[in-house]
Design a protein around this ligand. Structure first.
Ligand SMILES: CC(=O)N[C@H]1[C@@H](OP(=O)(O)OP(=O)(O)OC[C@H]2O[C@@H](n3ccc(=O)[nH]c3=O)[C@H](O)[C@@H]2O)O[C@H](CO)[C@@H](O)[C@@H]1O
Length: 397
């Protein structure tokens, strides 16, 4: 509890935060950093890669940042791999210097290759490290620095199998406040605020922060049938907007205007994303960790089309499997997704008790307090400086 004496003490608390690469790694780190700063008055330094998305997002969020040369960790060999390896020792030396100078009381990392030198440099300097695992299976950087961590926070219980039980805490993924707040608004009201029909079921389609081409195309082809019984809000992803629009216009060409009105295509939603999730009856999406955590908190049933591992090293199939095994979501494999199958599944779900069943099962995955719980665990580590201090909530799994 951050009382006044604590806050006085906390003026002197310094926390190093690191995580990079995709928004999927940076946003949770920023959520925890913001909570630590605003609630515990902690001094934050963000350690990022000099060529990552964090160079834009972190200063925009108002945090001090130091950057290093972090090598990209790839499981295959290419020119990039060699260049990446060459950057590793340089980045390590830079990280060591930054940690020595800042002298943090604790470090929090949320994945991405920059987390490796941040974690190593913290360990070398005796700084306790809390490492956050967002997806069900650990990513490469977390596999590398997992053994150095004092604590590991996991988002889903299924991750427990990858880490030692005595230092693992099931705390969930940080979720932005706007998503938590939108629970106060009814589904009908959310649709109204988006200018949609308040009474017609809404199918939300999202391929994660970048969009998913195959998902976009299958949905666009299914529109003439889907629009007979629901309205569709499709988020294509910035780069895929034009091609999705062209396809959707051609498949809807013969449809009467009243049905065409039921379709809305956008490239990306920023402030309106929480409303769009809350307005939906069913979501068709990839199985990224942040998306799944948001669906759980809002109890939104979904048909998950996980990104297949062949397109990179995707943890999404395991994420999706975890949800479907608990009946918290349905799964269609990427290569099995065809317009006919999508139409029949959506039609069946919208008119059946399976939506209620999924909503009920999602409660088991919902962790609305993740940000504050993770922040509290970081503070506890910082205060005790004990690398294996007892869990603040005793929620070890
Ligand atoms: C291709 C890839 O590498 N994907 C990974 C990436 O996913 P990605 O970066 O796509 O992250 P997620 O799907 O987990 O989350 C997407 C986030 O973007 C938000 N959003 C999305 C669309 C939109 O229009 N507006 C908006 O605000 C969602 O609300 C959510 O908060 O990081 C995740 C978390 O480590 C991993 O699980 C994914 O496997």
């Amino acid at each position: 509890m951050p009382g006044s004496i604590y806050q006085l003490w906390n003026i002197f608390m310094r926390i190093l935060i690191s995580g990079g690469g995709t928004g999927g790694h940076i946003y949770p780190a920023l959520a925890v950093a913001t909570y630590l700063r605003d609630t515990y008055n902690a001094e934050i330094l963000y350690l990022g890669s000099d060529d990552g998305l964090e160079t834009q997002l972190v200063p925009a969020a108002g945090f001090r940042m130091e950057t290093i040369k972090a090598g990209k960790l790839q499981r295959y060999v290419s020119v990039k791999t060699v260049k990446g390896i060459a950057r590793v020792p340089v980045g390590m030396v830079q990280a060591l210097g930054i940690v020595r100078k800042f002298r943090p009381d604790a470090t929090f990392t949320s994945g991405g290759y920059v987390a490796v030198p941040a974690g190593l440099a913290s360990k070398v300097n005796g700084v306790p490290l809390l490492l956050h695992q967002q997806d069900v299976p650990p990513n490469l950087s977390n596999k590398l620095i997992g053994p150095l961590a004092s604590r590991i926070s996991i988002a889903f219980a299924a991750s427990q199998q990858y880490f030692p039980a005595n230092k693992t805490l099931l705390l969930g993924n940080p979720i932005r406040q706007e998503i938590l707040d939108v629970r106060q608004i009814s589904v009908q009201e959310a649709r109204k605020r988006l200018g949609l029909d308040p009474e017609l079921p809404l199918l939300l389609v999202t391929g994660g922060s970048q969009g998913a081409r195959h998902l976009n195309q299958v949905v666009a082809r299914a529109l003439p049938e889907l629009l007979q019984f629901c309205q569709v809000l499709q988020i294509s992803g910035q780069k895929l907007f034009a091609e999705t629009q062209t396809l959707a216009e051609s498949t809807m060409a013969g449809l009467e205007e009243s049905l065409r009105q039921r379709y809305r295509l956008v490239a990306y939603l920023s402030d309106e994303m929480p409303l769009a999730l809350q307005a939906s009856e069913l979501v068709v999406c990839r199985a990224g960790a942040a998306t799944l955590s948001e669906l759980a908190v809002l109890e939104k049933p979904s048909i998950l089309v996980p990104l297949p591992p062949a397109l990179g090293s995707s943890p999404q199939e395991l994420n999706a499997e975890t949800f479907s095994r608990a009946h918290a979501a349905e799964v269609i494999r990427n290569d099995a997704l065809k317009p006919g199958l999508l139409i029949s599944r959506v039609q069946h779900d919208i008119n059946s008790a399976s939506l209620l069943e999924m909503a009920q099962a999602l409660k088991g995955f919902a962790r609305p307090d993740a940000t504050q719980d993770i922040a509290a665990a970081v503070v506890e580590m910082a205060q005790s400086k004990d690398t294996l201090a007892p869990a603040h909530k005793g929620r070890k799994v």
